[in-house]
Design a protein around this ligand. Structure first.
Ligand code: COI
Length: 335
């Protein structure tokens, strides 16, 4: 493996984890199996009605060689929340965390060396049982695969900052929809606009609210923050914003560093006056935004070493990789 060439491409690892719900409609035992294809019934609800969720997590290698994961119970709880919304049975927090530990342990050789990236962990939960009418599946499958990655945005830019296109017509999510859970159906609908934005040279699309097309919501695959003086703001999770675990951690770390961190609605006009902007997510980590373009007007934000974004990046990356003390007890070691 040439770890220096790592990007965000498909790299199959040795094992995956699979657990099917039983006759009683609960999860009991799962297995580690060699990585490979899965069989799925044509009538399954995931194929027909999109009854499915996914999670994204990372395993990091510390300088001492040990491997650790970040706040896995938070992903487990978010999956439970999504399962409730899509009427699926979800693994317990304990089952989820245990399965993640097993699959990371089995694929340990794929965790990149310290500082070269991470082993991305993709837990899926989907309706695998068959029905003909519009109804939830009689049984569900929980599956986890892993894939080494560097940063989702690496390889698509050279100056390490992102240029975002603010989409003023098509929203990503709408009130009453599923934007607030990690529903698989939230992602394909943004393919078209992001493809068009990339063709114009942008790295990604930032979406506005569905009702007034005025308030900042999130990027296609990550949350967004703005910095103005000592105040760091991000949109509230009121059903259309994914409650990101990196987002939540950054709010806490920003407060620990003495900044005022707030969750509130803010308009695109206010956003364009920010000093700094950054995105957060498991795949993207903390990524500085260099510019945003709204209705053909491009606005630049401060980036570089002397920024709040850099401070927060250093702090969370240090915690992830074991360079900084984990005062919050967020990291879980893999034996
Ligand atoms: C993650 O950050 O892990 C996500 O789930 C976003 C994904 C669409 C790359």
């Amino acid at each position: 493996m040439d770890w220096d060439k790592l990007g965000f491409q498909v790299i199959p690892t040795d094992f995956m984890y699979i657990m099917k719900s039983n006759e009683e409609g609960t999860f009991s035992n799962g297995d580690l199996v060699p990585f490979g294809t899965v069989q799925i019934e044509p009538h399954s609800t995931v194929l027909n009605y999109g009854q499915g969720l996914f999670e994204g997590m990372k395993a990091y290698r510390r300088a001492d060689g040990e491997v650790q994961i970040f706040r896995p119970e938070q992903n487990a709880m978010r999956m439970q929340m999504g399962a409730e919304r899509l009427l699926m049975v979800a693994p317990s927090v304990e089952q989820y965390v245990d399965a993640v530990k097993q699959v990371v342990h089995a694929n340990k050789r794929w965790v990149p060396p310290h500082g070269k990236g991470a082993l991305y962990i993709r837990p899926l939960l989907f309706g695998s049982g068959s029905v003909m009418g519009i109804a939830p599946a009689p049984h569900c499958t929980f599956l986890i695969y892993t894939n080494p990655i560097s940063n989702a945005y690496k390889g698509r830019h050279t100056n390490s900052t992102l240029s975002l296109l603010i989409e003023d017509t098509l929203p990503r999510a709408f009130p009453g929809g599923t934007g607030g859970v990690k529903n698989i159906g939230n992602y394909a609908p943004v393919f078209q606009v992001t493809k068009e934005a990339k063709a114009k040279g942008f790295f990604d699309v930032l979406f506005l609210d569905a009702e007034e097309h005025k308030y900042i919501e999130e990027v296609s695959s990550c949350n967004v923050f703005m910095v103005k003086g000592d105040v760091i703001s991000t949109s509230p999770t009121l059903g259309t914003i994914l409650p990101g675990i990196t987002r939540n951690s950054i709010i806490q770390l920003a407060r620990d560093l003495g900044y005022q961190a707030e969750e509130r609605k803010f308009s695109v006009d206010e956003f364009l006056e920010a000093d700094e902007v950054f995105c957060t997510g498991t795949a993207v980590g903390i990524s500085a935004v260099g510019s945003a373009t709204y209705k053909n007007t491009r606005v630049e934000f401060k980036t570089g070493a002397d920024t709040v974004t850099q401070k927060l990046f250093d702090m969370i990356t240090g915690i992830h990789t074991g360079l900084l003390e984990d005062n919050n007890g967020w990291m879980v070691k893999i034996d």
